[in-house]
Design a protein around this ligand. Structure first.
Ligand code: PEP
Ligand code: MN
Length: 265
């Protein structure tokens, strides 16, 4: 398998517009759940850069549980995300839900294409992002086993794109005291199985902002190559996932807490 350590023993380092991901340098991708407005994105990008994060996230096409809630700004959201991030020198990460939107993502200069949890086994979509060379973040499916996740990545690799980043974001279990159970164990398991980078999303795991720092610290201590964190200039006003968004101050504090842990692993 192309994604396996047997195929390639040494760690792959993926270059995202000059920012290296993998090979034990911790990179933090931060930004709001959803792109909402130019003003929100400028404030978010300024906060992300000031905290020391080197990449920015923001959802323009949102996979919402209910069709009656905000679905994302679509192409206008891509434009606002790229504009704000570029002004602060941050490459962008955003979710692709439909292969028909791939060209518009590339035209807008999206640096990393995120395949969300709900599409981890959308094999048609995986084959499509396999045909390009833009890096892809493959989030773990809600109830996907590690081997199903590796095979989903193999679909992308087999189609020709080897620039894949795994993202653990918690799995569905019996527990309902938090949104998803962060599978920290998956980090060392994946790092052993694959040469590709492994990052962790503590935001969609905990589902509450106060849980995010503890999960983020655990992820880095467990050997993750980076994090994907939701941050909003005014968390209480966020149009989606308001409960789990860090404020700019909380994001900056978390970055300071992570530095000595990253140093120690
Ligand atoms: C997201 O990161 O915006 C998202 C929807 O996360 P997930 O696919 O992990 O639920
Ligand atoms: Mn979200």
């Amino acid at each position: 398998k192309i994604v396996s350590r047997e195929w390639q023993p040494q760690d792959t380092v993926i270059d995202v517009a000059g920012v290296p991901i993998g090979g034990r340098q911790i990179q933090v991708i931060a930004g709001p759940c959803s792109v909402e407005s130019a003003e929100q994105m400028e404030a978010a990008a300024a906060a992300v850069a000031a905290a020391g994060c080197r990449l920015m996230r923001g959802g323009a096409f949102k996979p919402r549980t209910s069709p009656y809630t905000f679905q994302g700004l679509g192409v206008e959201g891509l434009r606002l995300l790229v504009e704000a991030a570029r002004a602060h020198g941050l490459p962008v990460v955003t979710e692709l839900m439909d292969a028909r939107d791939l060209d518009v993502f590339l035209e807008h200069g999206v640096d990393v294409i995120q395949i969300g949890t709900r599409n981890m086994q959308n094999f048609t979509l995986l084959k499509e992002v396999g045909r390009i060379d833009r890096p892809v973040i493959l989030k773990r499916g809600l109830s996907a086993t590690v081997s199903e996740w590796l095979m989903a990545a193999e679909y992308i690799a087999a189609a020709g794109n080897h620039n894949i980043i795994f993202c653990e974001r918690g799995v569905r279990t019996f527990e309902n005291a938090y949104r998803n159970m962060l599978d920290v164990t998956a980090v060392p398991v994946l790092k052993r199985e694959t040469h590709l980078p492994v990052i962790v999303d503590p935001s969609h795991a905990g589902g509450k902002a106060w849980m995010v720092p503890a999960l983020a610290r655990a992820a880095v201590a467990a050997g993750a190559d980076g994090l994907l964190v939701e941050v909003h200039p005014r968390p209480a006003e966020a149009w989606s996932d308001a409960d789990q968004a860090l404020s700019p101050e909380e994001m900056a504090r978390l970055m300071q807490e992570l530095a000595p842990i990253a140093e120690a692993v």
